[in-house]
Design a protein around this ligand. Structure first.
Ligand code: PEP
Ligand code: MG
Length: 568
């Protein structure tokens, strides 16, 4: 029988390409029924508490065997497992006659729903809760939890989803690539893959079923394009070999740069910065060749805090975050709390549309002191650093908000102050905003979702959030031109800047710097520096003249002929 070729597509999470054998992680977890318990609520309560305690202790033991980011993630997962709120929720079901296992499923359902409803970073923690639930169910049933085995030969790992606990003992050098059906670009799988340089594709619908139907076959992974193909034919194998060769050549190509930034072939200097959210990211940012940090998302430091960080705590962490960037620029963003990043120490009244509610700079109404404490902490950290620190506020809509923020920053001696442009009204105020700010940075993630009235977390509406959408690019062009007129640098720090071809186009539209994920920074730098500034401008013009995201990308790429040589 001729093997059937199937290609599936997911979201590229970490670039790379490979062909090899695969392992499908089966999760045969005992499924409890709603049958009433015949053991009595005391015995069920005891069984549940014991299982939770054992799972928590096991996660802590795994954490002790690891270090760095993974260790932190595992400790946080152990904390979720032993959170009394889960046991309390479950005890209600046990009290009404259900088994410990059924109660665990129902209790974790409640928490998963809450996390999902919050969206964004919190929604991605749903996997952690599911993993804790499955470990507890195995524990109660007395069956081993299905772990990833040690591989004899390098293997592609395919799973419905992977939690940090699943990957704690992973021998990363034996992993060719990771593909998951679930997860998102900021999920643990993506983070772990990127930090280990493993190719990864997430949110690849149908991959588990396709793997089950092709057990024993090999699989081709083209993570740059998010493509997974079982039983690759010789033509596809050759294509993947070609991509691997191009990646190798690209990694060894000397990139044209100066002290001020990367340089196009005709000498235009373009600084390319990294987006950073945690202390660990700073090492990766330096290693990636970043010219500094273009977006330091401070809210990510405090997502798990119940109380507001003190002045001293903030000063200390900002000092540490600035330290690796001596002589380089660091753009620190004040807390972007709300919507997909709710924070326990900020009370948000119930809002039917949190993304359109009180978030980012808008929290100043009730929490001005929080903003002032943060600005003071940044100012104190600036005294202890030789980094060139700039400060900006998220979710600014009106010029008067921008002016208020800039003058407040100046009160603390922070003389490079600006705002993010990520609300449509700010596009039409960009003339005035670029007059009152020292710089602006465009948040294409939010600007895209608000321009198209399409939730950036919605898989169904993902097409609207394609960063190649011409409306978004025309907005970028308009803001960039206002910045040029008013001599105000305009950067892009949304994910659009992390796409190598699009990063080049943004520069062509008049953007003065990019800030992107460390995983793609060197590829973005390759795309920008392989062309002349004139070519980038022609690509930019072509992109905004198109009427669909597809045409915008294709016509822009036709002016960037070196992308193909680079395999980008
Ligand atoms: C953006 O909206 O593009 C952005 C960079 O901010 P965040 O993704 O943190 O909302
Ligand atoms: Mg934003």
């Amino acid at each position: 029988m001729v093997a059937q070729i199937q290609s599936l597509f997911g979201i590229p999470a970490s670039s790379g390409a490979t062909v090899g054998p695969f392992f499908l992680l089966h999760t045969n977890i005992p499924v409890p029924t709603a049958q009433p318990s015949d053991k009595g609520f005391e015995a069920e309560g005891h069984a549940l508490n014991l299982a939770i305690k054992t799972v928590g202790a096991d996660l802590e033991a795994r954490a002790a065997r690891t270090s760095g980011e993974l260790q932190e993630i595992l400790l946080a997962t152990a904390e979720i497992a032993t959170d009394p709120a889960i046991a309390e929720e479950a005890s209600g079901f046990i009290a009404s006659g259900h088994t410990a296992s059924y109660a665990m499923v129902k209790a974790t359902d409640v928490f998963q729903e809450l996390l999902k409803a919050s969206g964004g970073y919190l929604a991605e923690r749903v996997t952690d809760v599911a993993n804790i639930r499955d470990r507890v169910l195995c524990q109660i049933a007395g069956v081993p939890y299905p772990e990833i085995p040690a591989f004899d030969v390098p293997t592609v790992l395919i799973a419905q989803d992977l939690s940090p606990a699943d990957t704690a003992d992973l021998e990363t050098e034996k992993i060719l690539a990771i593909v998951t059906a679930g997860g998102g670009p900021t999920s643990h799988t993506a983070i772990i893959a990127r930090s280990n340089g493993i190719a990864a594709i997430v949110a690849c619908a149908g991959v588990v079923e396709a793997a089950s139907n092709n057990l024993g076959a090999s699989v081709a992974i083209d993570a740059t394009n998010g493509r997974v193909t079982f039983n690759p034919d010789s033509e596809l194998r050759a294509e993947i070999a070609n991509i691997i060769e191009k990646i190798k050549q690209r990694k060894s190509r000397i990139i044209n740069r100066s002290d001020e930034g990367y340089v196009t072939t005709d000498g235009k200097v373009i600084p390319i910065y990294a987006n950073v959210g945690r202390l660990e990211d700073t090492t990766a940012a330096v290693k990636s060749g970043a010219d500094g940090v273009g977006l330091l998302r401070t809210e990510l430091l405090y997502l798990d805090r119940n109380d507001a960080p003190t002045l001293q705590e903030q000063t200390e962490i900002y000092k540490q975050l600035f330290a690796p960037f001596s002589g380089k620029k660091v753009v620190i963003r004040t807390l972007d709390a709300g919507a997909d990043k709710p924070m326990a120490f900020i009370e948000f009244n119930h809002e039917p549309n949190p993304a359109l509610g009180v978030r980012g700079y808008r929290t100043i109404g009730a929490y001005e002191n929080l903003l002032r404490t943060q600005l003071q902490a940044i100012a104190e950290a600036v005294h202890a650093t030789t980094a060139d620190v700039w400060v900006m506020a998220p979710m600014v809509t009106l010029p008067e908000e921008a002016a208020t923020f800039v003058s407040m920053a100046r009160e603390y001696g922070l003389n490079k102050a600006g705002v993010m442009i990520e609300v449509p009204a700010a596009i039409f105020h960009s003339e005035e905003i670029t007059r009152v700010c020292d710089f602006v940075s465009i948040g294409t993630n939010d600007l895209g979702q608000y321009l198209h009235a399409a939730d950036r977390e919605s898989a169904l509406l993902a097409g609207f959030n394609d960063p190649w959408q011409p409306a978004l690019l025309r907005a970028v062009h308009q803001i960039a031109q206002a910045g040029i007129k008013n001599n105000c640098p305009v950067g892009v720090c949304g994910e659009a800047a992390s796409d190598p071809a699009l990063g080049a186009v943004l520069i062509g539209l008049g953007i003065s710097s990019l800030s992107c994920s460390v995983a793609t920074l060197s590829d973005v730098a390759q795309a920008v520096t392989a062309h002349t500034y004139e070519q980038l401008k022609m690509a930019g013009d072509a992109a905004i003249s198109a009427n669909t995201a597809h045409d915008s990308k294709n016509s822009a790429r036709s002016h960037l002929q070196h992308l193909l040589d680079l395999g980008l």
